[in-house]
Design a protein around this ligand. Sequence first.
Ligand SMILES: N[C@@H](CCC(=O)N[C@@H](CS)C(=O)NCC(=O)O)C(=O)O
Length: 235
Amino acid sequence: MGGEEGGDGLKLIGQYGSAFVTRVKLALSLKGLSYEYVEEDLRNKSALLLSSNPVHKAVPVLIHRGKPICESQVIVQYIDEAFAGIGPPLLPADPYERSVARFWAAFIEDKLVSPWDRVFRAKTEDEREEAMKQMLAAVDALEGALKEGRPRPFFGGDSVGYVDVVLGGAVSYAKGHDALFGSELIDAAKTPLLAAWMERFCELDAAKAVLQDVDRVVQYGKMLIAKNAAATRQA
Ligand SMILES: N[C@@H](CCC(=O)N[C@@H](CS)C(=O)NCC(=O)O)C(=O)O
């Protein structure tokens, strides 16, 4: 890292607590790319963020040679394509395999990450429970995906790929789930393959270098829950 836009002409606008930003950090780390990191204060958004992502005004944004790329999954795919000759490929070369990877990435976004967000923002306990139920069903489906075909250490096969990165962005939150909500999300007794996947993923050097500290995301998560609860009381 260090230096203007880092040695590879890359600048990442991020925020420590964001699982979406962590996805991008994982992709950059797996590829061994250097970049400049800019931590964004989302309560007081910078001119750089607003001009780079005027549509969503959200992180992550990756700036490559002055051009902004927005949306974590789009960014991860961009990194894979723009730096195709560097580090391991994330998406498979075979079009069918690529479609399967994109299917699971979309599934993770819609059926796991989206209810996860609602769990933090729920206005009532019923709402939180309902979203939690949807997350547990998604976790079961991911266990099923790992069970399909030959046994393999990662969703990407023998090495990490696109789906691992998309899910991997959230592992610190998965690990902090019990501390935040009083129950495990990925429970070795119920989803042993997924639990083993998570441990294996966290042991990768490229992941260790960028995954968020679990205690810190728990603190951040508690702050989010409290902030949303206060907003609900005021409404
Ligand atoms: N779909 C987007 C989601 C990004 C997102 O929701 N980012 C949050 C931080 S986790 C954000 O910047 N929100 C803007 C805000 O809080 O105003 C992606 O995949 O990049």
